[in-house]
Design a protein around this ligand. Structure first.
Ligand SMILES: Nc1ncnc2c1ncn2[C@@H]1O[C@H](COP(=O)(O)OP(=O)(O)O)[C@@H](O)[C@H]1O
Ligand SMILES: [Mg+2]
Length: 227
């Protein structure tokens, strides 16, 4: 379970103070899929960074599985993040100088996980790219790169996936294929996911839908989108 309580976050640039998140509360149960809509600049990525412990709020607390992440040192937060969380980004963020296999080895090494080769073979099969093990990212299409990025997010078996506009850089058809994949490897495996998106095509995955506005979240009923 993830609990955010009274989260406040501001940025200061020059003389201007911008309150990005204001007194924001959010509770996410294990296995829930949460979708976050909101205009560009409304604070969605900031919120994901605070959930993951990459960034700290100015006010309020984040608790993951009973551990108050906001009370931990940066080192302790890093260990929790590596172990419990997988990330998926709009621009894939694969390391260009490493092959697919080497990209997939990183989260395993960081978590001290053995049997890496078997895990890599299995996850490449799951994402439908068993023949790309030795390819470099630039030789892959956008959709293929995102499949590998999803494999990288999942390979160390985290309970939580944070996805920041995962279909935002893909054409419509490829985006739908990525949604299908996330359904299979995240939702149907009972993982918790918080996905930021502008696409209505992901709504089928959602248990709850929120809109970010003026630093707060408002829940929108799924039915409102599915007439
Ligand atoms: N490190 C930073 N320093 C200053 N301002 C920032 C920083 N990160 C984000 N912001 C500002 O905070 C606001 C929210 O950003 P972000 O969370 O990235 O929005 P979103 O993901 O919804 O587009 C934006 O106005 C952005 O410019
Ligand atoms: Mg963003």
């Amino acid at each position: 379970m993830i609990e955010l309580s009274k989260i406040g976050k501001h940025y200061t640039e020059g003389n201007t103070k911008q309150n990005v998140l204001k007194d924001l509360d959010l509770t996410i149960s294990d296995g829930e899929i949460i979708i976050l809509f909101g205009k560009s600049g409304s604070g969605k990525s900031t919120l994901l960074n605070i959930i993951s412990g990459i960034d700290l709020p100015d006010e309020g607390s984040v608790t993951i599985d009973g551990a108050k992440v906001t009370g931990l040192s940066e080192k302790e937060r890093t260990l929790i993040r590596r172990n419990k969380i997988g990330f998926i980004f709009q621009f894939f963020n694969l390391i260009p100088t490493l092959t697919v296999t080497e990209n997939l080895q990183l989260p395993l090494e960081l978590n001290g996980i053995k049997d890496g080769d078997d895990k890599i073979t299995a996850i490449l099969n799951e994402v439908g790219l068993p023949d790309k093990a030795n390819s470099f990212p630039e030789k892959l299409s956008g959709g293929e790169q995102q499949r590998i990025a999803i494999a990288r997010a999942l390979i160390h078996n985290p309970a939580i996936i944070l996805a920041d506009e995962p279909t935002g850089n893909l054409d419509y058809e490829t985006g739908l294929q990525i949604v299908d994949l996330l359904d299979r490897v995240v939702k149907q495996k009972g993982k918790t996911m918080i996905m930021v998106t502008h696409s209505k095509d992901v709504i089928g995955l959602a248990d709850k839908i929120y809109s970010m506005k003026d630093g707060k979240l408002t829940e929108t009923l799924k039915e409102a989108y599915l007439e």
